[in-house]
Design a protein around this ligand. Structure first.
Ligand code: UVW
Length: 339
């Protein structure tokens, strides 16, 4: 056990799941939660919750995140496509194809690892701020760049920690799209509570909260004709500057938050009169750094949402492990909902 901070951020839970904890609020998905989630499987229908992983296409959404590229493996100087397994044995007429894909882990349907976001904070109380991550892990020691011995990555808080929990539990859908449609709307606590009350949605400790905005469905539909208006200025985003919303996220006991938009929340600027200043992504800060709540982004929620609505339901079994890729800051995935 290593105590790595003297002072923790005001709204954080650092230490509460153990001084060396690396999975945060996934600790709340207990075996009882999984049993309750399994009770949601009534019809035996499954829904794919990822968009095709080469979407949104191009790099209009984030300039440093590029679409996946495929390389064909080679053997004996030839591309390994329709390749005979063995040339000596006449009975072995099996054929194989192998490829390699370079994928930016945050490009498409993905989880953010707890090592993805940090900020500067004076955790050792010496008057100088350090780069800190969830539970006081440090930039430069636990999250390291390409000059580090052994290479860049998350020595702590990498996505493999999430994968090892299997990420299976109960999902709860909140349909923000049906209220606000395709207009850009910063959804705060009051909006969310109204929708949940109207739709009789209840969130319990350990649930994974899914926010349906309709954004990824529009992206899939317009994939050959995307523009920055659709990508950056349409559909709902959570309002991370709403402290009431952030406090509710904490007290609700949600184990993870997922949205079918780019970043769950919208980017913040200071208020028009300059009287209030915010970090760029305050919900990321509260969730990922302070509370250890993983964020799922760019998921595809519309087909599941439509089915749930048509059947008067809002809960489902969610199975959503990321890749068990040691040291990664995030991971693509193909989550599955079963109802
Ligand atoms: C950024 O890192 C900008 O966003 P996200 O965590 O939503 O991928």
């Amino acid at each position: 056990m290593t105590k790595r901070w003297k002072v923790r951020p005001q709204n954080s839970n650092w230490g509460e799941f153990g001084d060396d904890d690396q999975i945060g609020r996934l600790n709340l998905i207990t075996s009882e939660c999984r049993r309750n989630a399994a009770k949601e499987v009534i019809e035996g229908l499954a829904f794919c919750l990822s968009v095709p992983l080469d979407l949104p296409g191009g790099n209009l959404l984030v300039s440093n995140r590029l679409p996946p590229t495929r390389t064909i493996a080679r053997k004996e100087g030839r591309p390994f496509v329709n390749f005979p397994f063995c040339c000596d044995n006449p009975d072995w007429n099996d054929i194989g194809s192998d490829d390699a894909v370079t994928i930016y882990t945050q490009y498409s349907t993905q989880w953010d690892a707890l090592g993805h976001i940090g900020y500067e904070f004076d955790a050792d109380d010496d008057g100088v701020a350090e780069v800190v991550y969830y539970n006081g892990y440090r930039g430069g020691r636990d999250i390291v760049g390409p000059d580090a011995e052994g290479g860049a990555g998350a020595r702590r808080l990498g996505i493999e920690n999430m994968a090892e929990t299997c990420v299976q539990g109960r999902g709860v859908m909140v349909d923000v799209f049906s209220r606000f449609g395709a207009d850009r709307k910063f959804v705060g606590y009051d909006d969310l509570m109204q929708i949940m009350e109207q739709d009789k949605v209840v969130v319990e400790r350990g649930d994974m909260l899914c926010i349906h905005t309709g954004w990824s469905t529009a992206v899939v539909e317009r994939k050959d004709n995307l523009d920055t208006q659709l990508l950056h200025e349409s559909h709902s985003v959570l309002d991370g500057s709403d402290e009431k919303l952030l406090r509710w996220i904490d007290s609700s006991g949600v184990s993870a938050i997922i949205a079918d938009n780019f970043a769950v929340e919208g980017f913040q600027t200071s208020s028009a009169d300059g009287s209030k200043r915010f970090p760029a992504l305050p919900l990321h800060r509260r969730c990922i750094v302070e509370l250890g709540i993983h964020l799922g982004e760019l998921w595809l929620l519309s087909p599941l949402n439509a089915w749930l609505k048509a059947h008067g339901r809002f809960r489902f079994l969610l199975t959503a492990p990321p890749l068990r890729m040691p040291g990664s800051f995030g991971s693509p995935l193909t989550p599955v909902a079963t109802v």
